[in-house]
Design a protein around this ligand. Structure first.
Ligand code: ADP
Ligand code: ASP
Ligand code: MG
Length: 420
């Protein structure tokens, strides 16, 4: 049996008919190397946002089941168009929805998790030498209702299929050349990383490097599946390899700077300082599949304390309803929310063995008068919550402070500088 490659094309890669035709040509070139190809596509760029905007114009609290059915249509359109483009250039192909590819999820609409993939039909189609073009980001739950996997979820569809079908590798095609030391749209001299470990990529993805959905990286790490991120817009893109950490190589102290504006903070004031209180708040959130990020509890005064935590901005409305209910039950005084915050983070496997990295970060932020509201750390990461208006400034300042610029930018003297 020939090898199998999974290729995932993001929204920009299929944003118009010309690009869809180019993707079809790339798939044909890959097949000519003698491998089978399963393709996963996102909705055309902007499509998911457009659909969500229509929902917002109708209702502030739509039924998540209906939102899922609506959003899944974006990926259906691009998968059908790409399949038509492939057939048109003589490459037999078949498009498939989440249901048709056998992707079963749990019932958490709009943020469902993959439970199982029934690959029987896919294997049959591959035997018949057809390319499969899968509508990413979607599956069905046990009741047969359409579910979606959360923003950026086509990345996770791709790696889950790669694992289920035993692919030799999974390639993620996007609009940048790979994973960079910072978002290249914020820091123009950010450097492309040739190789990133699963652990670093997990941190980067969870801290705002939207280039990969976090659950996709979790899947790769668990199954030791090499993942390649590269550009679909350039033919010579070498990309970034995400794989196991190489114990023989020295790890960079800081590999990247991330920022995440899609964060919000909820503060519960005047919480009775008693055992079981934190558990009642956070269990209620977990019961609704809401993930919480940083948690801070102040030192108690007169038997009362304040608890603040951050979470994804999109979850804030739902979380506030739950927290207000629990706050009444536990007799807390007040609940506040703030969505004008941002989390800025530095990540690097070499941090494990280098002290002083956090203090250098705090110093660089303080030089710009950027106030730090919350701090959290892991072995290979330091994150600070700051005012959203300083997000880009903080990323640039930290990128400079840790000397992450590309070599050409470091050594290159611009024409202007030479003549000055
Ligand atoms: P796709 O539609 O292909 O899935 P995304 O928009 O989800 O693409 O992800 C690609 C974007 O991720 C890039 O355009 C870039 O702005 C952003 N990004 C953020 N941080 C990074 C980073 N560290 N390296 C590369 N890209 C990043
Ligand atoms: N179309 C979905 C989104 O925009 C899923 C994806 O692109 O991966 O989030
Ligand atoms: Mg994406």
């Amino acid at each position: 049996m020939s090898g199998l490659i999974i290729q995932k094309y993001g929204g920009t890669s299929v944003s118009n008919i010309n690009r869809i035709k180019k993707v079809a040509e790339r798939i044909v070139r890959t097949r000519k190397t003698g491998v089978d190809v399963v393709v996963v596509v996102s909705a055309m760029a902007g499509e998911t946002d457009k659909l969500l905007d229509m929902v917002r114009q109708i209702s502030p609290s739509p039924k998540r089941r209906e939102v899922d059915l609506l959003l899944s249509s974006g990926e259906r359109i691009s998968s059908a168009l790409l399949s038509i483009a492939l057939d048109n250039i003589g490459c037999p192909s078949i498009s498939m929805t989440g249901r048709q590819i056998g992707l079963l999820t749990d019932g958490a609409h709009t943020r469902a998790r993959i439970k199982q993939i029934d690959t029987e039909r896919a294997k049959q189609v591959l035997k018949n030498k057809h390319v499969i073009v899968v509508a990413g980001f979607q599956g069905i739950n046990e009741r047969g209702d359409v579910t979606t996997l959360g923003r950026g979820g086509s990345d996770t569809s791709a790696v889950a299929l790669a694992v289920a079908l035993g692919a030799e590798k999974c390639e993620i095609y996007t609009d940048v050349d790979g994973v960079f030391t910072a978002d290249p749209n914020i820091v123009p001299d950010a450097r492309k990383l040739d190789r990133v470990s699963y652990d670093e990529m997990l941190e980067m993805a969870s801290l705002g490097a939207q280039v990969l959905q976090i659950r996709c990286v979790e899947f790769c790490k668990k199954n030791n599946l090499p993942l390649i991120v590269k550009s679909s817009l350039a033919d010579d893109s070498t990309g970034t390899l995400i794989c196991e950490e190489d114990p023989n190589m020295e790890q960079p102290v800081v590999s990247g700077i991330m920022s995440d504006k899609n964060q919000a903070k909820i503060t519960i004031k005047g919480v009775p300082d008693q055992p079981g209180i934190a558990s009642s708040i956070f269990t209620a959130l977990a019961d609704e599949s809401l993930s919480v990020d940083m948690i801070i509890q102040n030192i108690s005064a007169e038997g009362q304390t304040d608890i603040s935590f951050t979470l994804a901005q999109a979850d804030m409305g739902e979380a506030m309803t739950i927290v207000k209910r629990v706050a009444t039950e536990i007799k807390a005084k007040k609940v506040d929310s703030d969505s004008t915050i941002c989390k800025v983070s530095i990540v690097g496997a070499g941090m494990r063995s280098h002290p002083g990295v956090a203090s250098k970060m705090f110093e660089a932020l303080s030089r710009e008068n950027i106030n730090i509201m919350m701090i959290s750390t892991s072995e290979i990461r330091v994150s600070c919550v700051i005012d959203e208006k300083y997000a880009e400034l903080a990323v640039r300042v930290l990128h400079d402070a840790f000397h992450l610029e590309s070599e050409s930018a470091e050594s290159g003297i611009s024409d202007g500088a030479q003549s000055a």
